[in-house]
Design a protein around this ligand. Structure first.
Ligand SMILES: Nc1nc2c(ncn2[C@@H]2O[C@H](COP(=O)(O)OP(=O)(O)OP(=O)(O)O)[C@@H](O)[C@H]2O)c(=O)[nH]1
Ligand SMILES: [Mg+2]
Ligand SMILES: [Zn+2]
Length: 288
């Protein structure tokens, strides 16, 4: 009888899957339908029949969640890396937070390149997201390395965000890896990101996936009316809204809008909420 083992897919390069089982990597292939794109992704828990030279993936276990950017499954935490340069795209940050919470993933904001920004600049940005856990790092001075390690422990963590914010550089610093990094101008010139394939690295009793940066994220599967549920910063006010079903958009006597006027909720973050709401509503109308 063939031995069947359960493991974690840590890397996929063309039709070769690397499956990690108790610290040992097995090279595996998949047959039939399992081979179709998207049926096995990095982060999947699979059963393999151990064989040489290639084991055979016989089953994919149900996923806790699936991220589309990057294409990975079973993530516990998304670390959203931002920096002074490139200028943060806060709509993208908002969307990653919403998508993470929708998928039961903890979002964390990582302000990297702290060596390039003043503490006031950093504080100003993090103030917008005060309800989100945050860390301040530098891949150059190693600031924040300890805080990052604590976050990663016992979690499967994914680094996400725009290109050139320093995701690969942080991993190199933390893990002594030698992942390719590149200047922003170079990335723009070539029209390519430095990081291309998706891979899970073992680190500090957890796993980390480095991914290529992205600048656009479409939220899939979220009902526009549910969007507000992924804004934890609205919760402390929404109890006071006149209507329990208040979407905090056009309703009268809305405590969230009041909080925006009083400056307790960042006005631009609120305006981006309306943008995202409209985007979700339009997407629905177009699909009906
Ligand atoms: N000053 C400073 N520069 C940094 C820091 N981290 C990264 N960089 C620089 O920022 C540039 C981009 O870094 P990468 O690590 O390639 O960025 P990335 O987020 O992995 O980019 P993609 O793979 O394209 O998504 C490189 O030139 C790095 O040397 C930092 O903490 N401080
Ligand atoms: Mg990279
Ligand atoms: Zn309201």
């Amino acid at each position: 009888m063939q031995e069947v083992k359960k493991g974690l897919v840590v890397k996929i390069i063309s039709d070769r899957y690397t499956v990690l089982i108790n610290g040992v990597e097995y090279l595996a292939k998949a047959r039939g339908k399992l081979r179709l794109s998207g049926n096995i992704v990095v982060g999947d828990i699979v059963d393999i029949q151990v064989e040489k030279p290639f084991s055979n993936i016989s089953k994919v276990h149900p996923r806790k969640n699936l991220l589309l950017r990057p294409f990975v499954a079973n993530i516990d935490m998304v670390i959203i890396v931002i920096a002074k340069e490139p200028a943060p795209d806060l709509l993208l940050v908002d969307k990653i937070i919403v998508d993470s919470r929708f998928k039961d993933i903890t979002p964390v904001i990582c302000y990297n390149k702290s060596d390039m920004a003043t503490s006031q600049e950093i504080a100003q940005l993090l103030e917008i997201y005060k309800e989100v856990d945050s860390i301040i790092t530098s891949a150059i001075t190693a600031e924040g390395a300890k805080a990052l390690k604590e976050k990663i422990a016992n979690n499967i963590v994914c680094f996400a965000g725009q290109s050139a914010t320093g995701k690969s550089s942080i991993l190199n610093m933390l893990l002594g890896l030698n992942l390719k990094t590149g200047e922003l101008s170079e990335k723009l010139r070539r029209g390519k990101h430095t990081t291309r394939h998706v891979e899970l690295f073992r680190a500090f009793d957890g796993m980390i996936v480095d991914t290529c940066g992205f600048s656009k994220l479409d939220l899939v599967g979220i009902h526009p009316e549910d969007l507000k549920n992924y804004y934890d910063d609205f919760f402390e006010f929404s109890n006071e809204c006149k209507y329990t079903s208040c979407l905090h958009i056009a309703e009268p006597d809305c405590a969230v809008k009041r909080a925006v006027e009083l400056g307790s909720i960042d006005k631009d973050r609120y305006l981006r909420y309306i943008n995202i709401y409209n985007e979700l509503s339009n997407a629905r109308t177009n699909h009906v």
